[in-house]
Design a protein around this ligand. Structure first.
Ligand code: HEC
Length: 179
């Protein structure tokens, strides 16, 4: 083989190696990008579910609901029932297990089911019936607290509204906007 040919072959080899090197680098980069994308999707931080925050919401709605229904303000009462339903559903769908206790499962039995009954009774627009159904709901809160080792959290019927700047009477719901 002449020198010229050897040199050409060598050059061709070097070029091919260089090309392969660049190609591999670009594939590696692509691979990294794809991994980042996949992990980015997988690691998307899920909102951590805070049972205590959910409970605080339930407590607040329970307080407000008492004054709404005691004032025969059924529209507002229903509004709180719906808010509570959403709050309870969030917990029941979140598969929360604490101390081997299936909190999410218990939320269906001691939360959503009795709340559904309460909703049904509230539709009758009778303050007395709504009161006793509310009391049932409160016992369900407390029964679940017992079952989930929180028997020291005792819910009662409220005496004073949690906020003093809201009118629960529904006095203005039928009138137009006043300004
Ligand atoms: C599925 C069972 C379950 C049901 C039903 C339930 N709770 Fe709870 N509750 C818990 C658990 C568990 C805790 C403890 C939270 C924690 O570990 O952070 C708690 C804690 C609380 C607390 C203490 C947090 C605080 O801020 O003082 C309140 C108040 C509360 N619940 C209100 C209620 C009310 C009102 C209801 C009924 C409408 C209710 N809960 C229904 C399980 C339940």
């Amino acid at each position: 083989m002449s020198r010229a040919i050897t040199a050409l072959v060598l050059l061709a080899l070097i070029a091919a190696t260089g090309y392969n090197y660049l190609r591999i680098r670009s594939l590696e980069t692509k691979n990294q990008q794809l991994r980042a994308e996949v992990y980015g999707v997988m690691d998307e931080p899920e909102e951590p579910i805070e049972v205590a925050d959910i409970m605080t919401k339930l407590q607040r709605y329970m307080n407000k609901m008492w004054f709404a229904q005691s004032n025969s303000n059924w529209e507002l009462t229903e509004f709180y029932i719906e808010e509570m339903e959403e709050t309870m559903e969030l917990l029941s769908a979140s598969e929360v297990i604490e101390d081997n206790i299936d909190i999410s499962g218990l939320m269906v039995k001691f939360g959503l089911n009795p709340l559904g009954k309460h909703e049904h009774i509230v539709k009758q627009k009778n303050v007395q019936l709504a009161r006793s159904s509310y009391t049932d709901l409160v016992s369900n809160c407390n029964n679940c607290h017992k079952l989930s080792k929180h028997s020291f959290v005792i819910i009662t019927e409220p005496v004073t509204p949690v906020y003093d700047n809201q009118d629960y009477s529904g006095a203005n719901t039928t009138s137009g906007v006043s300004n």
